[in-house]
Design a protein around this ligand. Structure first.
Ligand code: ZN
Length: 200
């Protein structure tokens, strides 16, 4: 029997969708590595609740250099990673919040209180008291949702929620519950994405 391609087409993920799905996954923090990252690794004793995310190969290499007695990764490696992690992969060239408010808002904001825009030429000018609407990429919205946060959540709220969730879901607190471990991974990955997007 010949398969009807019309039926198949609806089922197949189109390349652009596949690419978007890939994009929304966090990338490995190892400098130069672009693999999907699913393995959190603690940054160290003085950075509780902070994790790198690595691919399988690099979490192994990282763990090898991790000193369980001092609770710290080899200092040199850790410094090197932290220097490079934020700089080497320009995932976000600009702060999406600044971008969302738009250049127009910035220009008109300096024109004083009497200035009006009756025809809505500068559509992004916000009304007095109205919250600025951020236009966030889907991956960032998904990350906020994973933390149970609304799209307009500010950095302080994001941080507080993340800390609370990590504390609740931490293996020490849940007796090795696998479902919670998966949720912890999800929370860490979401926070990681928000940091890359510079929302925190
Ligand atoms: Zn890697």
């Amino acid at each position: 029997m010949k398969l009807n391609s019309k039926y198949l087409e609806g089922l197949r993920i189109r390349p652009d969708e596949a690419a978007r799905a890939r994009e929304s996954r966090p990338r490995c923090d190892w400098p130069g590595c672009d693999e999907a990252a699913e393995h959190p690794a603690p940054k160290g004793r003085d950075r509780e609740g902070e994790y790198f995310l690595f691919c399988r190969e690099h979490v192994r290499r990282y763990n090898k250099s991790y000193n369980y007695f001092s609770g710290m990764a080899d200092e040199e490696l850790r410094e090197w990673l932290e220097r490079n992690v934020t700089g080497h992969r320009p995932t976000w060239k600009m702060n999406p919040r600044a971008h969302a408010n738009g250049g127009a808002w910035r220009q008109t904001a300096g024109l004083g209180a009497g200035w009006r825009d009756p025809h809505g030429v500068f559509g992004s000018v916000r009304r007095e008291g109205a919250r600025p609407r951020r236009k966030l990429p889907p991956a960032v919205v998904a990350a906020l949702e994973a933390l149970g946060l609304p799209e307009d959540a500010e950095a302080a709220l994001i941080k507080a929620r993340y800390k609370k969730l990590v504390k609740e879901l931490h293996p020490d607190a849940n007796g090795g519950d696998r479902a919670r471990e998966a949720r912890l991974r999800e929370v860490i990955a979401a926070y990681h994405n928000l940091r890359k997007a510079r929302l925190v």
